[in-house]
Design a protein around this ligand. Structure first.
Ligand SMILES: NC(=O)c1ccc[n+]([C@@H]2O[C@H](COP(=O)([O-])OP(=O)(O)OC[C@H]3O[C@@H](n4cnc5c(N)ncnc54)[C@H](O)[C@@H]3O)[C@@H](O)[C@H]2O)c1
Length: 341
């Protein structure tokens, strides 16, 4: 049975991905420090859901609480289980919090990342997959955002740490031949989502009849990507590790055009939705009108995200398909079950 280690397994994407891997008969080893960046009870509930799934299906699942900054902790787990794959999702997420608490980003996203990638080399991991972010496109205005575009102007420390991860991974891929796939996620939403992101913040404001702050006076657009679509693509990517190529293709800024076994993909829906349209749909699903308050743009934020999905489509022949209406319906069903019961 193939083993896969998932960091950030109590997180939104890690939780869904762990269940998908268990469904597909992988032995999954999860790591998470269950930190208090957002409500720990949600992270604990996700772990309980994985445990329930494991018990029902006799799956192989081991979970460890600890910090990825602690390389002895990681080494002990990786040397014991010798996973074939490492899917690295643990990180300090969030754009705005990186202004308040920059250290958390350096510790988890730089020190933690470098510990994990070092151990990938030490234990000869077959394929290292890690989370980057659409935020690396920073101040870019050309849309849609393509992997081919230069990404040299991050507007938050969070984005800078994610871009650093991509660059560190390239050097390891070149020096050690480590197959690395980086994923630039675009605003992932759905059941068991993150309370620091728009869908839950907005749903809380709407259901509690509190003011719903809309930044940049509503002139904001996001490429909302439904979690099941993301997980489907990630699963396909696991078994498709990048190969070495003969040479660098010089006339392309696409990081995947390297000689190294290395590539980066956008995972986004490929549509840029106006935040006000998003809120409108959410109001309809919840059956309550929002009390909208318009505010200025926040530091570190970008006005628009929009993924070019050609590269992922041409590599694995699938792209996200779930419409926002369909995805929000499923999100609201879960929100009611989890928060309003
Ligand atoms: N959800 C999105 O829309 C989105 C968009 C772009 C990028 N990403 C990236 O995808 C990955 C997963 O995101 P998510 O939405 O599931 O976030 P999440 O915050 O729900 O999950 C991250 C998990 O990592 C854990 N963690 C953080 N620092 C740790 C540390 N030092 N040691 C051990 N565990 C630690 C947290 O407790 C959390 O459970 C992250 O790397 C994030 O930056 C997510």
């Amino acid at each position: 049975m193939n083993k896969c280690l998932i960091t950030g397994a109590a997180g939104f994407i890690g939780f869904h991905f762990a269940i998908e891997m268990l469904k597909n008969d992988f032995h999954v080893i999860g790591i998470d420090n269950i930190n208090s960046y957002y409500d720990k009870r949600l992270k604990e509930s996700r772990i309980q859901e994985i445990e329930k799934f494991k018990d029902k299906n006799n799956s192989l699942w081991n979970f460890f609480r600890g910090n990825i900054e602690d390389d002895n902790f990681l080494d002990a787990i990786i040397s014991k289980y010798k996973p074939k794959y490492i899917v690295h999702l643990a990180a300090q997420a969030g754009v705005r919090y990186s202004i308040e608490n920059p250290k958390a980003y350096i510790n988890s996203n730089i020190v933690g990342f470098s510990n994990i990638i070092d151990l990938c080399v030490k234990y000869n991991i077959d394929h290292f997959i890690y989370a980057s972010s659409s935020s690396v496109y920073g101040g870019n205005t050309k849309i849609p955002f393509s992997e081919d575009d230069p990404v040299n102007h991050p507007v938050s420390l969070y984005a800078a740490t994610k871009r650093s991860n991509e660059l560190i991974a390239h050097s390891y891929s070149h020096i050690h031949g480590l197959p690395c796939t980086g994923i630039r996620f675009f605003t992932v939403y759905g059941p068991w989502g993150r309370p620091d992101m728009a869908p839950i913040i907005f749903a809380n404001a709407i259901t509690n009849k509190k003011p719903l702050k809309i930044f940049n006076n509503g002139n904001m657009f996001r490429d909302f990507t439904y979690i099941d679509d993301v997980i489907k693509i990630m699963f396909q990517l696991v078994n498709k590790k990048p190969e070495k190529k003969d040479k660098l293709i010089q006339n392309s800024a696409d990081p995947s055009k390297s000689w190294a076994p290395y590539r980066i993909f956008n995972i986004g829906n490929g549509t840029s939705i106006a935040l006000l349209d998003f809120i409108n749909l959410l109001e309809k699903e919840l059956g309550i009108e929002a009390n909208k308050v318009f505010e200025n743009m926040q530091l570190g934020d970008v006005e628009r995200t929009f993924a070019d999905t050609k590269s992922i489509k041409s590599n694995i022949n699938i792209k996200p398909e779930t419409s926002l209406k369909e995805g929000l319906k499923k999100f609201v069903n879960w929100y009611k079950y989890y928060y309003l019961n």
